[in-house]
Design a binder for this molecule. Structure first.
Ligand SMILES: [Zn+2]
Ligand SMILES: [Zn+2]
Length: 173
């Protein structure tokens, strides 16, 4: 997982604007987590970091697109990423973080924030749990493997019959 540490101790109190457009963060992250995500439009993060006592405020957006395989028909489709975040990143406490990697650290007397970890998390949260090329996607036929969006296969009738069979088997007294 690519880290991207930004020194925040020299940022003025009113904040500073940043642009992050290095596509290797997404590429390496998707490889690390074996995500079936292909690059689309470049993902660009624009954000402001404002130092605060004990941490920093991070506000910004992440925009671009990726290609995801549809959960029903397996075809790749373009999914737009357009997300915002407004976070307070805290310095790790004295007792040490509970398992989680701290995103703010003190390094060589300077306060640093890992924007790589933060942006990756925002990206992962923006991905759909069940990606669909279209809400009405009819998927692939489990019987013959035909793409039901493109053709009506012969199995369609069988499936109908199967559903009817349930009713036919009900005994009417
Ligand atoms: Zn689909
Ligand atoms: Zn079929």
């Amino acid at each position: 997982m690519q880290e991207h540490w930004i020194t925040i101790s020299d940022i003025p109190a009113h904040g500073r604007d940043f642009v992050f457009d290095d596509q290797t963060l997404w590429r390496e992250g998707c490889e690390t987590y074996s995500l079936r995500v292909k690059p689309g439009r470049d993902l660009v993060a624009v954000y402001t970091i404002q130092p605060q006592a004990g941490g920093a405020l991070v506000r910004g957006t992440l925009k671009g697109s990726v290609f995801l395989p549809c959960d029903r028909c397996a075809a790749d489709f373009e999914f737009a990423i357009d997300t915002g975040y407004d976070l307070f990143e805290e310095l790790p406490g004295e007792e040490g973080g509970e398992g989680e990697e701290p995103r703010v650290r003190e390094h060589g007397g300077e306060l640093q924030l890992d924007m790589g970890a933060l942006l990756w998390e925002e990206f992962a949260l923006a991905l759909p749990v069940k990606p669909l090329c279209d809400e009405s996607c009819r998927g692939v036929c489990p019987g013959c493997g035909a793409d039901r969006n493109a053709e009506a296969c012969a199995c369609a009738d069988d499936e109908g019959d199967e559903r009817l069979a349930v009713f036919r088997s009900l005994k009417i007294k």
